[in-house]
Design a binder for this molecule. Sequence first.
Ligand SMILES: *Cc1c(COP(=O)(O)O)cnc(C)c1O
Length: 221
Amino acid sequence: MGIKENLEFYGNNIPEHVNLVAVSKTKPVSDLLTAYECGQRIFGENKVQELANKQPQLPADIDWHFIGHLQSNKVKYIAPFVSLIHSIDSLKLLKEINKQALKNNRIINCLLQFHIASEESKFGLDIEEATLMLKSETFSLMDNVKIVGVMGMATFTSDEQVIRKEFIQLKDIFGKLKQDFFQDDENFKEISMGMSDDYKIAIEEGSTLVRIGSAIFGARN
Ligand SMILES: *Cc1c(COP(=O)(O)O)cnc(C)c1O
């Protein structure tokens, strides 16, 4: 199956309230253009340099999502154009995004990334860290970032129950933050969860953004 057929599949199988992020990391610009020509407008990349290199080669109306671990010193390369950063895992990073967004006269939308997997290696906050961050004066003074939701990655396992439990955990975190900090903020509405192998479970558990790579573009090397 080609990119076009794969996108058609997701077009027909993802509910209307869920947006598809086409994860194009490692894939050539020609593949992204094929997806674009099929109507895909949201693309996800996880390396700053790769994203900054691809962006000027593709149409300007693409929504670029950054989905990987982001180092503060690299924010400046994507701040002029990035539309959503999925991977906020520290106040320091958020502060730098605010600074670079201000420089570019923009407001950058961000998601708080939570550590929901049982694996050690995955980045992300826990609820206590996020609460401290959102209560801090530093955060209250940031005018150029907007927190629009949460993101998480489930454990890499074939055990559906483990995956489901972790997605439910993320949904609960979203609900708690909504109640405590974003009750009257209609922008706080995104739950980014679900990839090629677990998007169905993620949608069942409340995902609003699925990040799908290999099932659209083929396996990565
Ligand atoms: C690579 C990646 C994806 C997509 O993974 P697939 O299994 O290829 O769909 C989703 N989210 C993040 C954070 C990624 O790094």
